[in-house]
Design a protein around this ligand. Structure first.
Ligand SMILES: [Zn+2]
Length: 281
């Protein structure tokens, strides 16, 4: 739900002790004068939404940018309005639990040569704004519109909206396997696509719930939750570069780009592969 930041109001002066009374009302008067006359360096009024929000609306048409009292935000088809940036400073774990939409873009996703991820919590894409996913793909198991997909000979189910991207990836992968048979074992015994469930040990919904993710062969994969001893987290990977490149070319991010690595996991998140969606720094 849309929340308004707690800002001091002039009415608050009534609860201030008497010896502060005059000063408080004076400040109120000054602030109201300031509102009446914008400072000369205020610049032109902001007419356009932030570029990152416009970019997100391109990939997620369920989202409509709107100007709210607190700044730019967006509405969803059910009428709910949310701020794009709630203005709160958050730790990484807080961003996972209670993100605004801007937080979901706050860690840049980098393509290119596979490299160990050693910076703590560098997990681009693990922060997800669930109301937007629900509005785009469905808010319950029954509402997620999945269709059959033949993926390198295996019958899978994926969301109807993302099926064309999955089909393009499958065509790329089939071409790669035809040239290099050593890639095939990674793509056999696919671990799963659509499953309405929470992420292990959390109350956050897995991206698999929306039919936009795929896990490759788990026997060829590494996952930080499986690591023993559990700490410190030590990134590991066996998935070849060519497979990662094929998915990324079609708008999928890879869990092998995460400090909390999940190298079987690919997820359709085209906004993270679109430079226009990068937030202003
Ligand atoms: Zn997965």
């Amino acid at each position: 739900m849309l929340t308004t930041p707690q800002t001091p109001r002039c009415e608050d002066a009534r609860v201030i002790p008497v010896h502060f009374f005059t000063r408080a009302w004076g400040l109120c008067l000054l602030s109201r004068l300031a509102l009446a006359a914008p400072p000369p360096d205020a610049g032109p009024p902001v007419a356009a939404p932030p570029a990152a929000l416009t970019c997100l609306a391109k990939w997620y048409p369920a989202l409509t940018p709107v100007r709210l009292d607190t700044g730019w935000g967006f509405t969803l088809p059910d009428g709910r309005a949310f701020p794009f940036d709630d203005g709160q400073q958050k730790s990484f774990s807080r961003k996972l639990e209670a993100p605004d939409l801007e937080d979901t873009l706050s860690i840049a996703y980098r393509t290119g040569p596979i490299a160990p991820v050693t910076r703590e919590d560098e997990d681009p894409g693990r922060i997800r704004f669930e109301p937007l996913f629900e509005a785009t793909y469905g808010a319950s198991k029954e509402k997620v519109d999945v269709v059959p997909l033949v993926f390198l000979g295996q019958r899978l189910k994926v969301h109807r909206k993302v099926a064309p991207a999955f089909e393009r990836v499958a065509a790329r992968l089939e071409a790669l396997v035809a040239k290099d048979a050593s890639l095939a074992p990674f793509l056999q015994g696919v671990g799963g696509t659509f499953a309405w469930r929470n992420i292990a040990h959390t109350t956050r919904r897995s991206a698999h719930s929306y039919g936009v993710s795929i896990d490759l062969n788990t026997a060829r994969s590494h996952y930080w939750e499986w690591q023993r001893p559990r700490t410190p987290v030590r990134w590991r990977n066996a998935v070849p570069q060519a497979l990662v490149d094929a998915f990324e070319a079609e708008g999928f991010i890879w869990g092998g780009r995460w400090y909390h690595y999940d190298t079987m996991h690919f997820e359709y998140r085209p906004e993270l592969l679109d430079a226009a969606c990068a937030p202003a720094r």
